[in-house]
Design a protein around this ligand. Structure first.
Ligand code: OGA
Ligand code: MN
Length: 274
């Protein structure tokens, strides 16, 4: 306000100069910078609040994990969530939830892949591509619809079908994702086609996409991540290779001791090339 009145007065008196404009704006720029800085601090604080660490984490491991497991709350708006849901629902609602193979990594789900999207939704995916993948993303987007009593059991995505980064937008429900440290060497990405493939467990073809290694909680370190509805997670490098990931069942869906009600959840998952 003060800046504006001073500016108006000078303007009326024909005393305006470019230095004056810059000088008058300095407090305003300072104010904007302070606001940005404050917002960055708040966003970081919020991000940290979405991760709870358990067990004895070596300091370097935790630092790396923080960089490679990013959660962006409110990545999409409510209208964007609705638009995505509207595009998916007509196809998805015709499939039936699969509960049959208890060996499989996912239980109580239906899924599809989609390449062509409505323009509005294409914009959202373009944002994912920029933010999570530096522009390099696989053309097919994976859509996973988890029933209210569905569960994703601990697994590591196959290095044969998926590169170093996996991202997911959560629609319709909050949920808790748990990442448990597993055997370091086993899933390290080597040159394409040479990554160590553990023997398959569970029934094909699920076992080919999702390996279920032993990663006991006891004497292990792990993290629980609160995935709010409309958030984006970006799981890469160490978080993607050295940890199993899972979505806790509704009975176990707790974060920092508070129940996180898990209803039907749709995730829109993007991956990069192996
Ligand atoms: C998967 C998976 C996580 C999610 O499909 O392999 O881990 O966010 N999905 O739905
Ligand atoms: Mn997975």
């Amino acid at each position: 306000m003060v800046v504006y009145f001073q500016f108006a007065r000078n303007f009326q008196n024909n005393q305006i100069s470019s230095e004056m404009i810059i000088q008058n704006r300095i407090p305003l720029i300072g104010h904007i910078l302070r606001r940005c800085h404050q917002q960055a601090i708040e966003i970081n604080a919020r991000k940290d609040n979405l991760t709870a660490y358990f067990g004895k984490w070596p300091e370097t491991e935790q630092k790396e994990f923080r960089q490679h497991m990013r959660i962006i709350a409110d990545f999409i708006s409510e209208p964007e969530e609705q638009q995505l849901h509207e595009e998916i629902e007509p196809y998805m609602s015709r499939l039936r939830y699969e509960f049959d193979h208890w060996d499989d990594a996912i239980h109580g789900f239906r899924e599809t892949e989609r390449k062509k999207w409505f323009p509005k939704n294409r914009e959202v995916l373009e944002r994912v591509r920029q933010v999570a993948f530096d522009g390099a993303i696989m053309p097919y987007v994976h859509i996973l619809d988890l029933a209210p009593d569905g569960v994703i059991k601990p697994h590591v995505d196959s290095t044969r079908y998926c590169g170093n980064t996996i991202s997911g937008i959560s629609l319709l429900s909050d949920s808790v994702m748990r990442l448990v440290r597993t055997d370091e060497q086993r899933y390290q990405q080597q040159s394409p086609g040479t990554a160590t493939q553990p023997t398959s467990q569970g029934s094909e073809p699920d076992a080919a996409y999702r390996h279920q290694p032993e990663a006991p909680l006891k004497n292990n370190f792990y993290a629980d991540i609160l995935l709010p509805r409309r958030s984006l997670y970006i799981m890469s490098h160490t978080a993607r290779y050295n940890f199993t990931h899972e979505i806790l069942s509704k009975e176990h869906s707790q974060f920092r001791g508070t129940l996180v009600p898990k209803t039907r959840r749709i995730s829109i998952i993007c991956r990069n090339e192996p």
